[in-house]
Design a protein around this ligand. Structure first.
Ligand SMILES: CC(C)(COP(=O)(O)OP(=O)(O)OC[C@H]1O[C@@H](n2cnc3c(N)ncnc32)[C@H](O)[C@@H]1OP(=O)(O)O)[C@@H](O)C(=O)NCCC(=O)NCCS
Length: 197
């Protein structure tokens, strides 16, 4: 089937899942986001080093303006908000990344980060499922991939949980934090996602 994606798309309304709200970041989120983006363990397999509060604030301001998906490189970096309960106020526990990697070929790329205090509850999978629904059901993209460090077991488990297929293993193709690192690629097609959900 030839590409039949629906672009441009403007992120205008938060996405609500069973337990989370996926929404644009705001200045008020900087402390929550800094609390995990400043950690060595969280950044171990991310492309950036732990960030200062100032660096996080700059990124959050830029991400808050990134609302349109139309051409290659356009992206969304959504805050994952755990809504308020009687015992705790709402807070951001992680973020979800999505970019158009090739509009011509109807392809996107997905990424994820959680505060370790909130890992192990299926929150990343819940958010990623909502992003894949957006990619396949709203944008009608053909294919979504995830690129990761093959040592990142938690990220590989998440890909598999989402039904993404391991498709490639590139040997020492990335100069990453002072060493040559391998890259793994996982992907899922729209037909596969729709059949499974
Ligand atoms: C990658 C990352 C987002 C995965 O987080 P996670 O919480 O393990 O992922 P999930 O949301 O899929 O949760 C799965 C875990 O929750 C458990 N779980 C509990 N309730 C669940 C539910 N309702 N649904 C699904 N899983 C549930 C699962 O059993 C699993 O536990 P396990 O790790 O003991 O097997 C997290 O490790 C992270 O942020 N790492 C640092 C940043 C990073 O490296 N990002 C990726 C770069 S490629």
């Amino acid at each position: 089937m030839q590409p039949d994606h629906v672009l441009p798309y403007v992120f205008a309304e938060p996405i609500r899942t069973e337990r989370l709200v996926l929404r644009l970041m705001t200045e008020a989120d900087v402390d929550d986001i800094h609390s995990y983006q400043s950690r060595e363990d969280v950044c171990r397999y991310l492309l950036f080093e732990p960030r200062t509060r100032e660096e996080v604030a700059e990124k959050v301001a830029a991400h808050a303006r990134a609302t349109t998906l139309e051409k290659d490189g356009d992206y969304l970096q959504l805050a994952l908000e755990l809504p308020a309960t009687p015992d705790a106020s709402a807070r951001v526990i992680g973020d979800s990344y999505f970019t158009i990697s090739s509009a011509e070929n109807s392809k996107g790329e997905i990424g994820w980060t959680l505060h370790p205090d909130f890992a192990g509850h299926g929150y990343a999978a819940e958010a990623a499922s909502a992003v894949l629904d957006l990619a396949f059901r709203v944008l009608r993209l053909h294919r979504v991939m995830a690129e990761l460090d093959p040592r990142n077991d938690a990220s590989i488990a998440l890909c598999k949980r989402l039904g993404m297929r391991g498709e490639a293993f590139f040997v020492k193709d990335l100069w990453f934090k002072g060493e040559w690192a391998d890259t793994g690629m996982y992907a899922v097609l729209r037909d596969e996602w729709n059949k499974a959900h």
